[in-house]
Design a protein around this ligand. Structure first.
Ligand SMILES: C[S@@+](CC[C@H](N)C(=O)[O-])C[C@H]1O[C@@H](n2cnc3c(N)ncnc32)[C@H](O)[C@@H]1O
Length: 224
């Protein structure tokens, strides 16, 4: 699959899989979307001292960067263990072209923008004190047989159902739900009705939230 670099409407860059016409982030603004869906309607709603985050999929690393940026600026008295799952890692040259360091003012986050792509997979790395990153190179469905601590927050950031419908159906959502603590939050840019219904069937309290720019709604789902 050919990936090409594009610039989104807020000036931040993302990747486009041209054969599928599918982008890694919203064309209306990659950075805005990441902050809206995963920070404002994700991290900022979870108040535990120690937060285990599971991301599907790790991709460009933008979500871990917005998470660490928020952590350093506002919640560094907490502890975050971040697990990013990815089957098809991007190339280091692609990460360099995305220029994500330019999106952040903090020197630590700037340095991490590329460093996170050089870190070995299947190992835990302390990026800053009390913030660790574990990158898992595997298929999402293999999470079923992967040992993880009970998850407090899921960033469900798969490609859309138009191109990967199986990632939005019961089998994977059930695997993910099983990894989550009672009271944990799953946040996603999607507002798809069938996803909301499946999450309800799995015992989640499902809320529709205002979407990021260009999208009317998104989903927050709380595990009961
Ligand atoms: C929407 S993009 C990820 C966006 C990512 N969170 C970011 O900020 O760049 C979806 C990601 O899921 C990965 N992916 C697709 N199918 C997968 C699978 N079956 N198992 C693991 N990763 C997969 C893709 O390679 C891609 O990186």
């Amino acid at each position: 699959m050919n990936r090409e670099l594009i610039t989104t409407q807020d000036g931040s860059k993302t990747l486009l899989i041209s054969d599928l016409n599918e982008t890694y982030h919203s064309k209306h603004g990659a950075l805005q979307e990441a902050k809206h869906v995963f920070i404002d309607h994700g991290l900022n709603l979870v108040s535990d001292y120690e937060i285990n985050i599971l991301e599907l999929g790790f991709g460009t690393g933008l979500n871990v960067l917005v998470t660490i940026d928020e952590y350093l600026r506002n919640i560094s008295n907490q502890k975050i263990n971040y697990f990013g799952v990815e089957k098809y890692p991007i190339f280091f040259s692609e990460a360099a072209e995305l220029c994500y360091a330019e999106l952040f003012s903090d020197a630590i986050t700037k340095d991490l923008a590329l460093q996170i792509h050089e870190l070995p997979w299947e190992a835990t790395h302390e990026l800053v004190p009390q913030f660790s990153l574990t990158k898992l190179k595997k298929d999402f469905f293999d999470l079923k047989n992967t040992a993880l601590p009970p998850i407090d927050l899921v960033y469900f950031d798969c490609f859309g159902a138009r191109v990967q419908p199986d990632l939005w159906e019961l089998e994977l959502l059930e695997i993910v739900a099983f990894k989550m603590k009672s009271g944990a939050l799953l946040t996603t840019y999607s507002s798809k009705g069938s996803v909301r219904r499946t999450l309800k069937d799995l015992g989640f309290d499902v809320e529709k939230k205002p979407g990021p720019p260009g999208k009317r709604e998104m989903i927050n789902a709380w595990k009961k």
